[in-house]
Write a protein that binds this ligand. Structure first.
Ligand SMILES: [Zn+2]
Length: 469
């Protein structure tokens, strides 16, 4: 590969839904220029045509569970990042709770890094965390500081967890962790559902013998999420720590997020494609395939989340990619014991482009903010990731706006191939993905695909005290 590469015959976003013809010069893996066609000299550069396609900044999926090491019957870092590459995602931020040992100490982080780094097709960061298990260790405060030094992206905390290896924290324990995070400036990402309310509803429903998908929905009502977000709003106000609500699912919880932001608190939230696409009716028809926590809500919630993405009251989209061993863990015979989780990293960009941009719910410019520039800022990658500008890593997603295709679960690239989006037809298809100037994934017109070998992806450390909301 020559040192300089010039990507030609492409369009880049140009505000609102507009795009303009451009060429991108890459040097040493970074963008050296985004120029008008013909502006850059062809001397001593390798020219790569992108065939008149739309080039977007590579997406950052800030919420994935790749389960490696420990639960590799569900996902591996190799298959997860392979699916990311095929979906135009150039950076993933992996959760600390679904690998073993959990990323609650620097030693645990290093052991995970050594195992997953050779498997990475795209760049990656790690969430660190404090769990109900780790907070019992005397060293937990020092572990937090050590994890910050190791470059974790943020800290994951649960108000309600179903995992024995990563238990939830009480609101008072969460306050202690938030206080510990304040001097570091790192955000806490909160799974926000009120524990007592969900456990009580679950006990009551299971006691009556209820076991339909709808009963699972009833065990996790919108009020459980709203009340937990209200608790986090109070803890944010009391501590001044940065609080981020992961996988927000309901309109009532969104109203709490908006109220917190109106107060001027450092409060943000993300939602996921499955909350934008599906409701309780779909849970009824799809059953465990769509089981995840929080559970999908109603049509009014779905509409509120789209409105929040458009008007800025929601800051990012992430997938909460969490695969079960398919079909075994999704067909246990009871909705209560079926594994909760939906894989999604490969479909985030196609879904948002087709259902968001092409259907007029969000502009192309807003989509790029939601999956690229805003997550980059949130995870302290400002100046490195998330924009097609000189000095930034040459991470990009090449989208064929004319390509229309129908999702077939077995053609996805993650380990366990099921998806609630099976049968959906999307307008626009990811045909190539670039990470630091290298094409890590390419899909040709005849449907054949190539990937660069795993190990291309790099571990990204968060620079602490980075600017951001
Ligand atoms: Zn998650």
């Amino acid at each position: 590969m020559s040192e300089k590469r010039l990507f030609t015959e492409l369009f880049v976003p140009a505000g609102g839904d507009a795009s303009r013809p451009a060429e991108i010069l890459v040097e040493g893996g970074r963008i050296a220029a985004v120029a008008s066609p013909g502006e850059v000299s062809r001397d001593l550069v390798e020219v790569v045509s992108l065939g008149g396609r739309l080039v977007l900044p590579g997406a950052i999926d800030g919420h994935v569970h790749f389960d490696d090491p420990g639960f590799t019957h569900r996902e591996t870092f190799e298959t997860g990042t392979r699916a990311a590459a095929a979906g135009g995602v150039t950076t993933v931020v992996d959760m600390p709770c679904t690998s073993l040992p959990p990323v609650t100490s620097a030693a645990n982080l290093r052991s995970k890094l050594a195992i997953v780094a050779p498997k990475a097709h795209v760049d990656f960061m790690f969430w660190g965390g404090v769990s109900g298990n780790s907070i019992c260790e005397e060293s937990w405060r020092r572990d937090v500081a050590d994890l910050v030094s190791e470059g974790v992206a943020a800290f994951k905390l649960y108000l309600l967890s179903g995992m024995e290896t990563y238990r939830d924290l009480s609101p008072d324990e969460i306050r202690d962790v938030l206080e510990e995070l304040v001097p570091h400036g790192l955000p806490a990402g909160i799974h926000a559902e009120e524990r007592a309310l969900v456990l009580e509803a679950t006990r009551r429903l299971r006691g009556t013998g209820a076991g339909a998908p709808r009963d699972y929905a009833d065990s996790r009502p919108p009020e459980a999420e709203r009340a937990a977000v209200a608790t986090m709003r109070r803890l944010c106000r009391e501590t001044g720590a940065r609080v981020h609500i992961v996988h927000l699912a309901s309109g009532a919880a969104l109203a709490e997020v908006e109220a917190a932001r109106r107060e001027g608190l450092p409060f943000s939230a993300e939602t996921c494609p499955h909350y934008l696409a599906f409701t309780g009716d779909d849970l009824e028809s799809q059953g465990a395939v769509l089981k995840t926590a929080p559970v999908v809500k109603g049509a009014a919630d779905r509409d509120a989340l789209w409105r929040g993405l458009a008007d800025g009251s929601l800051q990012h989209v992430a997938t909460d990619h969490a695969a079960a061993e398919w079909p075994r863990e999704k067909t246990t015979g009871s909705i209560w014991s079926d594994y909760g989780g939906v894989p999604g990293v490969e479909l985030m960009v196609p879904y948002l482009y087709s259902e968001g941009v092409r259907k007029g719910r969000i502009t192309l410019e807003r989509m790029v903010e939601l999956v690229s520039s805003e997550p980059a800022r949130f995870f302290g990658l400002t100046g490195r990731k998330g924009r097609l500008e000189p000095g930034f890593d040459a991470d990009f997603c090449v989208l064929d706006p004319k390509g229309s295709w129908t999702v077939e679960a077995e053609r996805l690239h993650n380990l366990n191939r099921y998806t609630p989006f099976a049968g959906w037809t999307f307008a626009g298809r990811v045909v190539a993905t670039g990470v630091r100037g290298s094409i890590v994934y390419e899909r040709r017109d005849d449907g054949s695909e190539t990937f660069l070998p795993p190990g291309t992806g790099r571990f990204l450390k968060r620079e602490s005290r980075a600017a951001g909301s």
